[in-house]
Design a protein around this ligand. Sequence first.
Ligand code: ATP
Ligand code: MG
Length: 583
Amino acid sequence: MRISKLIPKTRRQAAEGLSGAHALLVRAGYIRQVERGLFVLAPLGFRVWRKLQDIIFAEMERDGVLNVNLPIIQPKELWDKTGRWDRYQASKTMLTTRNPNTGREFGLAPTAEEVVTWLAALEVQSYQDLPVIFHQIGWKFRAETRPHGGLLRGVEFDMSDAYSFDVDEAGMRKSFELFRTLYTRIFSRVGLRRCIAVQADSGAIGGKGSAEFMAISEEVGEDVLITCAACNYGANLERATSRYPRPEYSVPKVGRRGEHTPGTRTVVELEGLFKAEGITADRMVKTIVLTVTKGAETYNVAVCIRGDLEINLVKVRNALGADEVAAAEAETVREVTGAEVGFAGPLGLVEHGQVRDILFDQSTQGMTNFLCGLNETDYHALDVNFGSDELPVPTSFHDLHQTKAGHQCPECEAKLTESHGIEVGHIFMLQTGYAQKMGAQFRDAGGKMQDIWMGCYGIGVTRLLQTVVEQSRDKDGIIWPESIAPYQVIIVPVNAADTVQMNAAKALYRNFQENGVQVMLDDRDLRGGQKFADADLLGIPLRITVGRKASEGVVEFRRRSDGTVEEVPTSEAHMHYLGLLAK
Ligand code: ATP
Ligand code: MG
């Protein structure tokens, strides 16, 4: 590739507001944005993208995965079978299209469980056909409410998606573990520097048990990760759990009190008011009113949690099997409690008739003589205990709290820490839900029909491209890992007007090409400094500088990753390069 022929050209500045890897990919000309969430992969970006795909396909084939290509335009009828057409319509995340001749509706694949399960239902006959795993790399479409961060969150993005089919739960778990190691291999081969697998929430895909592969990035990582330095525990904040200190609670007193607490609404304010009595946040129960959406239904519930902890809405959503859960509007809180915001409490709340249920967090189990709201403006209750008429002992306690750095690991009790990650891959155990709904069965050894056990697995390929750059760059530009660099070598003649240098550079370029090396030649009539800056920006692993010493038959090798420089006889350049690769 001669750089003079390459379009787009590099830019000194990225557009306003871009930063990090996104800005570098734009400046170096790897991508162009048509609009938020829609991109052109320019020639250099295209090469990196294809290399990522090659690595993924190769690793899949190593494990006997079958490659297929599934349609992007998927009939509504298939999505109706799993009930996901309505769910995606409700969340407004699926792009749809209509055949203008027949009027039939189609969804643009946000993912492909329906189509692939249809395929399995059609093709899998007996237990002898299983296990089988189908994999494709294909474009996905999601009407993200806020596409941003360049390739990190697109409306259109490339995904490697695989689906496993097994005879039983043990088989499904085996396939799941196969993908855990397969993904680990892929992420290491493409050159991610820091990537960990954490426990995750399963979201809209459903199923039980999933893990996310997170590339650590404090700068742009959107997911909060909770990890333990002492053991292997790691989880997305959405589903992380923890232990936390419990104070010694005293013997329950008989009879609660009502206390006038004018204008005192928050835990901090209450701590101030009751300082003398030593009522700290961990001796209070907070009550939060939430509005729940489940299918076509909307209703209110309350969650009670210890005063020093926060609730995790994803856990509440899962506990209720709801589609969405959000803090109730102030108006609703007033209706539900009969008091201003800040005075809600569990006493008699359900009987009041406006909340369907109260969910108690595990932190409230065993608390005695606690403080809580009295559902009366400017009043709180003290010395409250479970087991009275107005507050019976809850039939169950749930894990609904938000884990924080500093809490203790649920497995080994060491201190947990918080970091940020970019989700590059997600693996799920789907159980038999999809198979049941779509009639995907197999005949077992005894001749009986049984549902197939499934798993599904996804890597955001275009997201991964930018994530590698996020972890592999410096102030001057991109530093591509060897495995996915668009070109391995860039040859830079310092002075284009110097025929000795130009001829030596061209000869080297031909020589490298003939030996199958992916090589660029910077044949532009620019100052040496400008060409060096571009070579750094582009991130090509090895720069060969052809300068004044070309006349003595010497060129300079400079490694992008660490800036090390060495002089090499021109005639030995290719051999020397092979030696570097072998190291
Ligand atoms: P996120 O939480 O980031 O929205 P997700 O949980 O919706 O991701 P999955 O449905 O598990 O994502 O999709 C599999 C993979 O596809 C993700 O791990 C991610 O790498 C990638 N991906 C998901 N949404 C996008 C997007 N809008 N743009 C680019 N890649 C995406
Ligand atoms: Mg998403």
